[in-house]
Design a protein around this ligand. Structure first.
Ligand SMILES: Cc1cc2nc3c(=O)[nH]c(=O)nc-3n(C[C@H](O)[C@H](O)[C@H](O)COP(=O)(O)OP(=O)(O)OC[C@H]3O[C@@H](n4cnc5c(N)ncnc54)[C@H](O)[C@@H]3O)c2cc1C
Length: 399
């Protein structure tokens, strides 16, 4: 039997941060992971450059059945704390857009920082370790026993940092949710999020004909809007705008898309008419939007006839029809690409059963849940890692 003060299941972002924090406070820590390598999602994140945090982070950047749950940890370990940590390690980084911070070199630099921080304390990391069973015990201060492929372990504090369900090929599993259920916690409905949309029928044909085209849009669903780039793909819609709104979308719901955010096609047309523009409507629209997009779009919307008319002959209804098609397009996705490509899992362990200060389960003393396994989901842009760092650090302070 191997005995530790703390055992952390999951050597991902939250688990490693928690291990480093508890280890540096003098606790003996074991981190157990069933994957063959630690921090796989860190390595693949941000296109290999890890968008590790954001300059501008607040509770409004997160979804949860309890929107207040994330506030405490986010205020006790902020983006500035993580920026100080990476600066101490002389990490070169840059802001890409909208406050998003990326490594100049490789995502591996972030993983190396976490591992170096773990090395400052007594932290032992075991990969390829399958956990078969967890049993509560009462043996002095020891509270949990684990049967694993590497033998038996016991500990005073057990931390579950197994992440969400996205990218099963990278080691994602539902084990954390199973542990939560075993100890009487509830699970909020889960779904793939930060994920591209799929379509069928004519809209799929449109997306396929425009695959590779990217343009700025305003996208809205359930009273939430994002202004970002939309990318047409062979399956449907992707790009930051689609991923962001996917956090708020449920099956069967409508997306509203404005392809001229911050502008008004009605005003443009009135201006062109006042100027006596003789160019074809299609050519004029190509000044505002990619030509390939506008050609396919006009066909998809059945506006070919309108495009043959000179602007001077357009009636008020014609302008309204174009405005509706370009600035108020409503479409219902067939679904999403699912956990295979999703960046995160929306939903998860009900935070009502967990302390927002310590991350300890209310029904099981000595058992803690941190990171993405909880029902806290961040926007695209470094928010999910910041949640992992904050929850991992705050929990590590309690162990
Ligand atoms: C492609 C991709 C790109 C992303 N890019 C970004 C980005 O740039 N910025 C950002 O903020 N977020 C990004 N994310 C989201 C971010 O990676 C996660 O939100 C974050 O890693 C969650 O941290 P975690 O520690 O809770 O879980 P994870 O980092 O997923 O770690 C969970 C760990 O638990 C282990 N585990 C799972 N099941 C078991 C089991 N049964 N037994 C033992 N171990 C187990 C896993 O192997 C894994 O090591 C990205 C996600 C993906 C998939």
């Amino acid at each position: 039997m191997q005995t530790f003060d703390c055992i952390i299941i999951g050597a991902g972002a939250a688990g490693l941060m928690c291990a480093a924090t508890a280890g540096q406070r003098g606790r003996s820590v074991a981190v157990l992971d069933h994957a063959n390598k630690v921090g796989k999602k860190i390595l693949m994140s941000g296109g290999g450059r890890c968008n590790f945090t954001n300059y501008d982070i607040g509770p409004d950047n997160y979804l949860s059945a309890n929107p207040h749950f994330c506030k405490s940890a986010l205020s006790r370990y902020t983006q500035w704390d993580f920026i100080s940590l990476v600066s101490e390690h002389q990490l070169a980084y840059h802001e890409k857009t909208q406050g998003q911070l990326f490594c100049d070199n490789k995502a591996k630099d972030i993983l190396n920082i976490l591992l170096a921080e773990c090395d400052k304390g007594s932290v032992s990391i075991q990969t390829g370790c399958d956990i078969h069973a967890i049993t509560p015990i009462e043996d002095g201060p020891l509270r949990y026993q684990l049967a694993t492929s590497m033998g038996s372990f016991s500990c005073q504090s057990l931390v579950v940092a197994t992440g969400g369900l996205s990218i099963p090929t990278m080691g994602a599993s539902g084990f954390g949710y199973d542990i939560a259920k075993q100890f009487g916690l509830k699970i909020k409905a889960r779904d793939a999020a930060l994920v591209p949309f799929t379509f069928k029928g004519e809209t799929l044909t449109l997306c396929q004909s425009l695959a590779g085209v990217s343009l700025p849009v305003n996208i809205t669903c359930n009273d939430q809007s994002f202004h970002d780039s939309l990318l047409f793909t062979h399956k449907g819609l992707s790009g930051p705008a689609a991923l962001q709104i996917s956090n708020y979308w449920h099956s069967g719901e409508t997306l509203a898309i404005d392809f001229l955010p911050g502008a008004s096609i009605t005003q443009h047309i009135e201006q062109w008419r006042q100027q006596g523009q003789k160019a074809s409507p299609l050519n004029l629209l190509s000044q505002l939007l990619p030509k390939r997009f506008i050609q396919q779009w006009v066909e998809y919307q059945g506006l070919n006839g309108l495009m043959q008319k000179e602007l001077a002959q357009w009636r008020r209804e014609d302008i309204a029809r174009l405005s509706q098609a370009l600035q108020h397009w409503q479409t219902i996705p067939n679904g999403t690409e699912g956990y295979r490509t999703a960046e995160v899992t929306r939903g998860g362990i009900d935070t009502d059963g967990v302390s927002s200060k310590t991350f300890e389960a209310k029904t099981a003393p000595g058992l803690y849940f941190i990171g993405e396994v909880l029902d806290v989901t961040g926007w695209l842009g470094g928010f999910n890692f910041q949640w992992a760092w904050a929850s991992g650090y705050c929990c590590g302070q309690q162990l």
